[in-house]
Design a protein. Structure first.
Length: 51
């Protein structure tokens, strides 16, 4: 959604043929900023040592 808003708002891209890249970058940055961090689903590491 933010990428589409950015596309409608700007009149020029950062370089020739880069408008889509700029829009995707804006969308990705917004998603990273407002997404929740999910805990990883990896198993805890168990150490096997001498007793």
């Amino acid at each position: 959604m933010k990428a589409l808003e950015y596309y409608r708002r700007v009149s020029q891209s950062s370089g020739k043929g880069k408008m889509i890249d700029d829009c995707l970058r804006e969308g990705r940055l917004w998603a990273e900023k407002y997404s929740t961090k999910q805990p990883s689903k990896t198993k805890p590491v168990t150490l096997r040592g001498k007793n």
